[in-house]
Design a protein around this ligand. Sequence first.
Ligand code: ZN
Length: 309
Amino acid sequence: MDLEIITVGSRGILFHYSDVKMDSLNEPVNIYVINGKNHLFICDTHLGPDVMKEVVSYLDEQGMTSKPIIVFNSHYDPDHVFGNCFFKDELIISHSKCRSLLETKGEELLEQFEKLKKGNVEIVLPNVVFEKRISFEDEGIEFLHTPAHTEDSSSCIDYPEKILFAGDNILLEPLPYLDRSDVAEFKETLEFYKSLLLSGKIEQIVTTHTDIVTDTKQIDELLNYLENYNSFTVDISNYSFRYKLIHYNNLSEHAKQFQEKGNNQQAIDFSKAAFSMLTELEPEATEDLLKQIVAEKERIKTALSELEE
Ligand SMILES: [Zn+2]
């Protein structure tokens, strides 16, 4: 993992770890630190204590760690919380759902991410939770619930610096992964980010996995996708194979979720849309993938015949 330390505004420090092995791709994983007046705010804790040790020793060298540390978890995913155990005696803030999701899924995630974790990870839950927001008035810093990527996803706003930390709500890809998202909430959060940018309240959006955002282009692309998503009018004509695959995954996940909830008509509609995306994928698929596509099509056909009974 290569580390680059980038200064953002007058009191932000971005620890940019490029090429972190995550699932199938290598991607950057960032940690954002705000050197406040009376506190040192650390946004997200990467994949484990070994990384946080490196971050804190740099902050030590800069003479910043004499202030109390406040850790913030943007959501419960391993690459944002596994380093919490390095901060057992500090305040760790998150949305209440982040704490409860980590409480129920933490051990399972630890097993699942065994190979990716950095150091001896122990699940440490946030010890301060909020529902809508929590403000540090004398610092001009606020943490607030902005559900999008996941239901617990939250952001940090540094008002004097006009910088927002968005966690995974804006990712590397211009297409969101929606398997854990509520589409309406996602749109609402993106509209909120956009209004902050357009009104000039915010000038930079720092994220965990992609470059700093300074205009609305990426947000507009995401919004465009979400606006067409529920009506099955997403224009896939210029989509790469990978984007088609993400789109298929979104549709198929939602089909399953609607079926579980007994929302049959929506389950049928999303299943049919997922099925036709598979047909789109076929011509470009490798032999192995083609086998999976054939199996998936069978699974959807069976699901549809049950739903349409
Ligand atoms: Zn992440």
